[in-house]
Ligand binder design. Sequence first.
Ligand code: NOJ
Ligand code: CA
Length: 552
Amino acid sequence: MARDAWYKDMNFYQIWIRSFKDGNGDGIGDLMGVYEKLDYIKSLGMDGIWFSPIYASPNEDFGYDISDYYSIHPDYGTMDDFDKVLQAAHAKGLKIIMDLVINHTSDKHPWFIESCKGKDNPYHDYYIWRPSRKKNKRPNNWDSLFEGKAWEYNTQTGEYYLHLFSKGQPDLNHANPKVREEIKKIMRFWLDKGVDGFREDVITFISKPDTFVNDYKMPAVKGLFEYSFGPHLLEYLTEYRQVALEYDCFLLGETPIMAPNRALSLIAEGEGQVLDMMFHFQHMQADCFMTDFIQRPFRLKKMKRAFSTWQNALEGKAWNTLYLENHDHSRIISRYGDEFYHTESGKMLAAMYLLQKGTAFVYQGQEIGMTNVYLENIEDYRDIQLKNAFEIGRKLIGRVKALEYARKSSRGSARTPVHWNNERNAGFTEGTPWFDVNPNYAKINIADQMQNTNSLWHFYRKLLAYRKKPVIRYGTYTEMNPKDRKIYMYERKYENTSVLVICSFSKLSRKYKLPSSYHEGSSEIVFNNYETVSHDKLSPYQVLVIEKTTSV
Ligand code: NOJ
Ligand code: CA
């Protein structure tokens, strides 16, 4: 798609439906809840919604284990409910993006059930089966990301199947053309309904190597670099891209372990482009190593380097996504900000990422600064990934430290019910909520923040509106003082407008140098999270956004 593709200045709201809003009082978020809140989403300044999976699923991984791609999970409503939401959203000018989870299915998917019946079954080759390497030995030494080793034995076939995630998430065999046809059929089904695009789950994992040899390079997560960006990835993605081109939709890949050079081979605009955008992870690793679980002290320089590298590498060639939260990460104020300076750091983080170049994503509850939840037991977080990480961590670093890491990094913190107001269950449900409500909802909730024009919610709304300016959509990006360990400063420029974004990541007040060109009278402060402003000092977590227009 071209420079002016419709999605480029858009703001998307991500819904993880189970915790968004319960419409029928059974304690579980659903499509009727979404329907009720479409005006809310619109009023925040959104142009679209990305739905994490809402399909039929045994919910071992809350929807990322699909048992029927053509039906809505009964917890969330019916296909009619979906059609109603889609139609109403479109009528309000909101696009709808679906999650496309095609690296794996659920083990309860009929294809897998058939596949297990025997080598001659027509669905056998829909999955990746291999015989034992030696007697009773797995085909190779790969680890799964969610549950033990990556191969599971099946007595019916006498073979092992591959699961990069949990045992209940067997990997599809994209090398089989029949599987690729099924995927195209699924895409067309939803596109024919009128959805506007897909977020493609772990899409860089779909092509496995032709032979499965042992990985001796990696001490843990064995196999990761063998199946990531596999040999036939481009081929498969080109096929799926053809379907997208039949419709005016976009494809957004979730791409773990991705650096910009490689990214360009997928997202560079023009011939050969297979994805419109991608969610990479580099800026989410400023306080951890490899995975969120292995924590390090937050390093601003690492985060700045990640943002700047992507902004610069994609300039004029490809399009960025901008995000700080989603259903897979704990809450950003609790990570990169400061719960003590809740509103201040929340506003600073919002401006810090939303004023960069790219399509913006805001995760449910982020707009009011929902924070991490601290639960007693690992099981309380209801997260298969966390359970696995904790088990590995416990052996390596001991129970106490592993528990601390788990509490800080759990995806569970992003999955507690949204705080709509300060009433019972935070206004999420009339019934019993399926998952713990964060006890701080009386302090942090949507109703209060909508009423208070100084709130984080209003700050998000203003920023989302400001993003429509040409300087934010088209402007260049230049980072200033990249070596500063507490301040992130960058400038956006387009024609005769410049915008300077200054963010303090310090708990203390902090000296800074305002570039002299911004001292002039034509400069205007367009965002400030404090009442005051000083030309040489920033308050804790202060953000200043200064716009300047020069006559041409
Ligand atoms: C990435 C998804 O965002 C995550 O929630 C899921 O667990 C894995 N992929 C496996 O599908
Ligand atoms: Ca419900």
